[in-house]
Design a protein. Sequence first.
Length: 204
Amino acid sequence: MIGFIRGKLFHIGSDFVLVDVQGIGYQVYVPKRLLANLPAVGGEVMLYTCLLVRDDDISLYGFDSEQGQKIFRLLISVSGVGPKAALALMSVAGPERLAAAIAEENIALLTSAPGVGKKTAQRIVVEVKDRMRQMTASAPAGCSAGEGAVEQGAGEAALALQALGYSWTEARGAVVSVLQQQGTMPVADLIKAALKLLAAGKVV
């Protein structure tokens, strides 16, 4: 079991990152929401990981919190939910919001994830609802709603820019630059500010 990895961010893909750990590059699949909150290439990154071994594949999945790691493991324990669907769910909502949505039987939010239909969403609710309720009830007090909102807004803005035709790397870079320069702001304003940076060619 590989519980976490820490190293230099070597490359950012559309749904994965390469982390250089003492000269070895680990390919780690991550939720798209997380991509918007990573440091620049070359910076240090730490990801809580889940290693899945199959007959024809060995893959690492990474998250920026232990809660994200636990939720991913719960999701893939549901019959018919593989890692791709679990990542899709974790890409449309952060760990706290996703856990709350399952606990509250919010089928609409779950089915907003690509590849997750109503039957699958209902199965998720039935099989892990109680465990999600326990998780949300025992969440550390230090995890403020404000921090979750910032993470959620950055992810939504980056996804919106991607929908406008920008690559994920461009979208993520623009969002991170705006947040670093101007601080937090409403998602609509974040998108506008990021578009200005992209139009001006100020995002590498």
